[in-house]
Design a protein around this ligand. Structure first.
Ligand SMILES: [Zn+2]
Length: 341
């Protein structure tokens, strides 16, 4: 299975995001596209791919009936090869502490957009992510947004608009991208050669982001899950000292607590589903079916519900920036206790 990011160039290759695509194709067909768009949504759900597909459709020499680019004309071929002169991507440079898009890049952009697109069609410029624009760069970009040059279209991407200059946001048309449905990610992973059990687990852990699903390593996740199950078993023994050690160990490393909670939540969710008689295809951990069936025989369903609620509460607390060690201590106390009558 390939771990590389998908190279998507056309609307028809984009997973989900149906409303955004209908809107863009319609706007394109009736000639009502805005000069600047702000694509909002989580990482890895198709924002940059949609910008590329939009550039392809805007410059295609024989647009298909469904509003998508043909994929065969010289413009489409150049775009797919990454050599289209009128499609540009501006990314942050990572010198210094934080990756930033600096004012020089925006000045270059302003100089370029003073001239018409080389191919005679539309120039599309992707700025990804807009959060990386430093103050000077955002101010310089504002001038371009205020006096949009003809035949130029800017696409900015961001997670949420809160971290952007309100003046920049107000001059862009906002389009909301949503996390992808898990079955869509699972099927895409399978299409790229993943086994059903692999695709199921990775999709369930992806949070609706295809990029994250592709970046996850199945063997690593299986090893992590083994550790999580060992930890859960030890916590259930009920001794306080190992519990505190566990909380301290997880809290020390960034991301470890979230990873633990994600896998633990998924495991308990599966146990609840299995207890309700759900088919194995719905389980993220279907490769552990015998183990899960044995666990279901040992415990009453109410136990899984209570533990799942405690894990979900800990996830909320971590997201709200509560102290990780305290959150995990508290969770550990909720997870302890062996079989209940
Ligand atoms: Zn074409």
């Amino acid at each position: 299975m390939s771990n590389s990011r998908p190279s998507v160039n056309f609307f028809r290759e984009i997973l989900g995001q149906i409303q955004v695509l209908i809107y863009l194709k319609t706007a394109l067909q009736v000639g009502r596209l805005a000069h600047a768009y702000l694509f909002l949504g989580p990482e890895g759900v198709g924002k940059a791919s949609t910008a590329r597909a939009l550039a392809a459709a805007l410059n295609c020499e024989s647009l298909r009936e469904d509003g998508d680019a043909c994929g065969r004309c010289p413009s489409c071929r150049r775009l797919a090869a990454g050599t289209h002169p009128d499609y540009l991507e501006i990314f942050p440079t990572s010198e210094g502490r934080q990756p930033q898009i600096k004012i020089e890049r925006i000045r270059d952009l302003r100089r370029l957009t003073a001239y018409p697109p080389l191919g005679g069609g539309w120039r599309v410029v992707l700025i990804k992510p807009a959060e990386a624009l430093n103050d000077a760069a955002a101010n310089a970009l504002l001038k371009t947004l205020e006096e949009p040059p003809e035949q130029n279209l800017l696409v900015l991407t961001a997670g949420v608009e809160d971290n952007l200059f309100p003046t920049v946001v107000s001059r862009c048309q906002k389009l909301a991208f949503t996390p992808l449905p898990l079955p869509l990610i699972r099927d895409e992973l399978a299409r790229r050669g993943a086994e059903p059990a692999q695709a199921g687990l990775l999709a369930a852990l992806s949070g609706g982001s295809l990029a994250r699903a592709l970046a996850l390593n199945y063997d690593e996740m299986v090893e992590k899950r083994r550790q999580v199950l060992a930890d859960l078993e030890q916590l259930a023994d009920g001794n306080t000292a190992p519990l505190l050690d566990w909380a301290q160990r997880l809290a020390k490393q960034a991301g470890e607590a979230e990873a633990f909670l994600g896998l633990a939540a998924l495991w308990h969710r599966d146990l609840i589903l299995l207890g309700q008689g759900a088919p194995a295809e719905l389980l993220a951990n279907r490769d552990c079916l015998p183990e899960m069936e044995a666990a279901c025989r040992r415990q009453r369903p109410g136990v899984w519900f209570r533990r799942f609620a405690a894990i979900a509460a800990a996830q909320r607390h971590l997201r709200a920036n509560l102290n990780p060690e305290l959150t995990l201590d508290f969770l550990g106390l909720h997870l302890r206790g062996g079989p209940t009558p």
